[in-house]
Design a protein around this ligand. Structure first.
Ligand SMILES: [Fe+2]
Length: 378
């Protein structure tokens, strides 16, 4: 749109090429370590054109395999759940150990007299853990996750994720009628924060934002407003994070791990914002949030306090005609979804064009598009 053609946001050809050139070539977020607690528990994740299984073995090690039976290529496992001691293909009952080795083939002696089981283990993929997140890569020996992340590792906030607990009730899932890059660009666009979210994110000092790309990944920090910082105990919607440091002080750390995992690490919570492309004009976003461990009573008290402090908070447009107007929702996610869908719709007009963009606060969007271009050319 600035550095990318309109086609990049609308065409199936672009979308499919991105799956191959971007999603299959980069590490992808697959879930939290807490999703796989016992041996046999598994989840599946789509990485470009490839479906992967992530499974906990009898040794409690997490491994990743291509979700394809070596017999006829059928998908072995569906979504998530618990396999027994083996992964069995529903088609002809070929079964594999949780370590990916072929265990048994029905009627092997009569039908497959020369079968070499050792050659027919599941295709191996890679798995790595960072901050309690499971990351996968379809290749057996890609660039290690820690190298691929590089310096962004030190710029995502001091949050000790292993000490926080997930609040499952706060998880959200949205289908947004926009290309995944519009959603990612909105996530890293620092210019809209003070405007689209003038009534919903006004606890942050947007004019003091510090951000930029570190390799392919995007770092973003902004402090709290003085008023909010001074009254944090009363105003925070949740018990505040208690381990900010001098190097990584109180505030909001909102990086985007390339190309599609946003992290929102704030004064009171730590969230992931997982952008999943479904079609050129359709994107699923899943959010999951971790918070300080505290008793239910502490949370109740905190939310009561915060409700009082924010009693005046509404939406961008306080008055209007429709009660379900996202601009009146007081929910910044609803505001972002509205903006993304409007942006996608605008692409249909033959009069669509992009005017001048903000030198500093929209540099992120231009840089993101340049990186997409580079990846697509490789
Ligand atoms: Fe936003």
């Amino acid at each position: 749109m600035i550095n990318l053609p309109k086609d990049a946001y609308t065409s199936t050809t672009w979308f499919e090429k991105e799956q191959e050139k971007i999603f299959e070539q980069n590490w992808q977020f697959a879930g939290f370590t807490s999703d796989l607690n016992e041996a046999g528990e598994f989840l599946t994740v789509q990485v470009g054109r490839i479906n992967l299984i992530v499974v906990k073995g009898p040794d409690l090690k997490i491994r990743a395999f291509h979700n394809q039976c070596r017999h006829r290529g059928t998908q072995l496992l569906r979504t998530c759940g618990k396999a027994g001691k083996a992964l069995t293909c529903p088609y002809h009952d070929w079964s594999y150990s949780l370590e990916g080795d072929l265990l048994s083939v029905p009627q092997q002696r009569e039908e497959f007299p020369d079968l070499d089981k050792k050659m027919l283990g599941l295709h191996r993929a890679s798995v790595s853990i960072w901050k309690e997140m499971i990351w996968v890569h379809p290749e057996p020996a890609p660039e290690p996750l820690t190298d691929w992340l590089g310096d962004i590792k030190g710029l995502v906030g001091p949050h000790r994720v292993e000490e926080l607990i997930e609040d499952p009730d706060s998880a959200t899932e949205h289908e947004i009628k926009a290309n995944w890059k519009i959603v990612a660009e909105n996530y890293i666009d620092g210019y809209h924060l003070a405007h689209l979210h003038s009534a919903t994110l006004n606890m942050y000092a947007h004019q003091q934002q510090e951000c930029g790309f570190v390799g392919k990944h995007f770092a973003f920090y902004e402090p709290l407003t003085d008023k909010y910082a001074d009254n944090l105990k009363e105003m925070s919607p949740l018990p505040p994070i208690d381990h900010f440091t001098e190097e990584q002080p109180l505030g909001a750390y909102v990086p985007l791990i390339f190309p599609n995992l946003g992290i929102g690490a704030s004064e009171s919570s730590w969230s992931i914002f997982h952008i999943i492309p479904l079609a050129p004009n359709l994107t699923r976003v899943i959010t999951r949030t971790k918070v300080m461990p505290a008793s239910g009573w502490a949370y109740f008290r905190q939310s009561q306090r915060s409700n009082n402090a924010f009693a005046s908070m509404s939406g961008k447009y306080a008055e209007g005609t429709s009660p379900d107007d996202p601009m009146q929702s007081g929910d910044f996610m609803a505001e972002d979804i509205f903006a993304c869908e409007q942006q996608q719709k605008a692409l249909n007009s033959p009069y669509f064009s992009v005017g001048p963009t903000a030198q500093n606060q929209e540099a992120s969007v231009r840089d993101f598009q340049s990186i997409i271009n580079l990846e697509m050319e490789q």
